[in-house]
Design a protein around this ligand. Sequence first.
Ligand code: DGL
Length: 273
Amino acid sequence: MSNQHSAIGLFDSGIGGLSVLKQFVRFLPGENFIYLGDTARVPYGNKSRQTVIEYSKQCTNFLLNQDVKLIVVACNTASSVALDVVQEMSSVPVIGMITPAARAAILATQNSKIGIIGTRATVTSRAHQDEIHSLAGDREIEVFAKSCPLFVPLVEEGMLHHNVTRQIAEEYLGEFEAHGIDTLVLGCTHYPLLRQLIGEILPNVELIDPGELAAIKAIRLLAENGLLADDAKIIGNQPNADFYVTDIPDTFFDIANIFLGFPVRKPQKVDLE
Ligand code: DGL
């Protein structure tokens, strides 16, 4: 049985969810974390709904077996198509990436024109569009969604400031200028790493990072359920995270060490099937 001392469990298709973990560590520094990256089966973004649901169920089972107190579906693709399934099978609270981002985008937009970028599976699912329209009620909001599949490999290759990445970003994002959006949801774990570049291409657009909003939501959710770690633990602690991956852990370990900015423990390889 989980309690307030249990870890927060996050899962993603691979390394991308580290951008979400980073936000959780920032806002909840006294918590323990378990991060599962399904590196053997990444990417989820071009797989069928049924496959992503199946993988998400396996990731959730793994985290539940670790007695986590909260499950964070860090992957936007999994959040788009499998959140209800994860919620149904979980005895603990679950947070996905869609609702926190949709809520923040509605609050941020002044002209009621919101852009969404994500993987093909995320955009096809229409999860953001549906959530924005449902949360906005009678307020009319136009939502423009576009999949940007090349961003994921470019980020994984570390080409964050490369000319090629800029050209591709200009190609992808040009249409948002024509639509006149003033708010853009970075609806994929990898996109916050391109925040600076995207901001340069769309300088007057507010960028929404779902991981940041989900971390803020987690504080409230944990507090409401009496599950926040003790205050004493929160002050001045080194982040405490265990990592699990489904394929050889070396690359993941190197990237996690650089990206998270604190010394991480060696990931363990696990089999989810
Ligand atoms: N983590 C995925 C997401 O946030 C991106 C990578 C993938 O396609 O698996 O949608």
